[in-house]
Design a binder for this molecule. Structure first.
Ligand SMILES: Cc1cc2nc3c(=O)[nH]c(=O)nc-3n(C[C@H](O)[C@H](O)[C@H](O)COP(=O)(O)OP(=O)(O)OC[C@H]3O[C@@H](n4cnc5c(N)ncnc54)[C@H](O)[C@@H]3O)c2cc1C
Length: 388
């Protein structure tokens, strides 16, 4: 098979890129390791920046998000039992959209199917060849057959554990990483959220987050030890622990219920540089990971895709390689700012082992954030998303 762009991975990055390229008349195929059902079963992001919302609209799949998504004009911090609110509109004139990653993925999959675009799910043994040459290829197995795709470019959108980044010679890539000494235990339940805004909780027992996916579906997180097993956390223990970390009002308003999904995720900061290797271009989690505290992972995948789709459109419509040549530098400039913000929020709100000095620094930083309008505005500006 021959196409212009072979996209590896049908997560948000790959699906959004495929849709944007199609709207500009650029042929693409998506090759995905898992089944669509598996891809849709992963419960992840929920907070979408305005610039990412606009991009989803531009891809032509924003209607359901506009109808069902929840526009949030602020967020709250609960520190040692006291609530503080940041008003995004007043501080930045902007807001964010709460709409589940699963829903965005579904909208993109539906849009792709409606346009009749090719997607090969359940592909295994995916391999990239000749990425530094003029004619790269992708081979894989599926449906009991071997497949080969010839293309002009390969977009590596296959997440942190994918094959694309691993296909680059080790001397050509530099990586930066920080692993945090705790994880997030997440629980999804069909119960109304405790508040109509997210509540970020800093407590001596550990961080907690009250989030949501809709007016009837809530998502809660607890900071837990990396040594913990999911079987250590029956639903009852989860709710008891969450109540200990919440303030009185949240305790009174919390409606608990059975878990629809429950999992423990490690927290990591990671960046691979550069993001272009010949005709292979990385986007999204394939190139970088942020701890979820700043709600930036999906949003960064969207901003990479914006730069990459524009670069490919320039290549095919204007015969210009300028966008491709600058793709890595442009994307990384935004990636590092989101890395800084995610690291800062994680450091600010979690409990660190043996961290008496760090705890004092957290208290000083939080006090400054609550009392200085400039500090609050800087937080809000990063949270709602920096401009492209
Ligand atoms: C608990 C949690 C909460 C989060 N909360 C937020 C949030 O609130 N806001 C936010 O912006 N982000 C959040 N994130 C991060 C966000 O989910 C990711 O950044 C986002 O999924 C990245 O999209 P992606 O398309 O780059 O990668 P992925 O979603 O990982 O998609 C990659 C795809 O590639 C496929 N693949 C892998 N290997 C191969 C292969 N060898 N061949 C073919 N296909 C392959 C995978 O199956 C997958 O479908 C959260 C993440 C977690 C874990």
């Amino acid at each position: 098979m021959r196409t212009q762009v072979a996209i590896i991975g049908a997560g948000p990055a790959g699906l959004l890129l495929g849709q944007l390229l199609h709207r500009h008349g650029i042929d693409n195929i998506i090759i995905e390791k898992h089944t669509p059902e598996h891809v849709l079963s992963r419960i992840r992001a929920g907070v979408i920046e305005q610039v990412a919302v606009d991009l989803i609209d531009e891809a032509g799949v924003g209607a359901r998000m506009r109808r069902d998504g929840l526009v949030h004009h602020g967020t709250q911090f609960c520190v040692d039992g006291v609530r503080h609110r940041f008003d995004f509109r007043e501080l930045t004139g902007k807001s964010v959209m709460v709409y589940g990653q699963t829903e965005i993925t579904k909208d993109l999959m539906d849009g792709r199917a409606a346009a009749g675009l090719p997607t090969d799910y359940a592909a295994y043994d995916v391999a990239l060849h000749n990425i530094f040459g003029a004619h790269p290829t992708v081979t894989y197995r599926g449906d009991g057959r071997s497949h080969q795709v010839e293309c002009d470019f390969i977009a590596g959108c296959d997440g942190f554990h994918g094959v694309s980044r691993k296909s680059v010679p080790s001397g050509a890539i530099k990586t930066y990483e920080r692993i945090y000494p705790f994880g997030w235990l997440g629980l999804l339940t069909d119960r109304p959220p405790v508040s109509d805004e997210l509540i970020y909780v800093r407590h001596e027992l550990g961080f907690a987050l009250c989030s949501m996916r809709s007016p009837t579906r809530s998502r809660y997180y607890l900071q837990v030890s990396l040594a913990d097993d999911i079987n250590d956390w029956p639903d009852e223990r989860f709710w008891d622990e969450l109540r200990l970390r919440l303030d009185g009002k949240a305790n009174a308003d919390l409606v608990d219920g059975p878990a629809l999904e429950k999992s423990i995720a490690p927290l990591r900061s990671f960046v691979a540089e550069p993001m272009r290797f010949g005709r292979l271009l990385l986007a999204g989690d394939a190139a970088h990971i942020v701890p979820p505290t700043g709600a930036k992972g999906l949003n960064l995948a969207a901003s990479d895709v914006r730069y990459l789709s524009q670069a490919l459109v320039e290549r095919y419509k204007e015969n210009s390689d300028i966008g491709l040549d600058h793709y890595s530098a442009r994307a990384l400039a935004r990636v590092w700012k989101a890395e800084r913000f995610s690291w800062w929020m994680t450091t600010l709100l979690h409990t660190f082992p043996d961290g008496q000095f760090e705890q004092k620094m957290q208290s000083a930083e939080l006090d400054y954030l609550f009392k200085s309008r400039s500090a609050a505005a800087a937080f809000a500006e990063n949270y709602v998303g920096l401009p492209f």
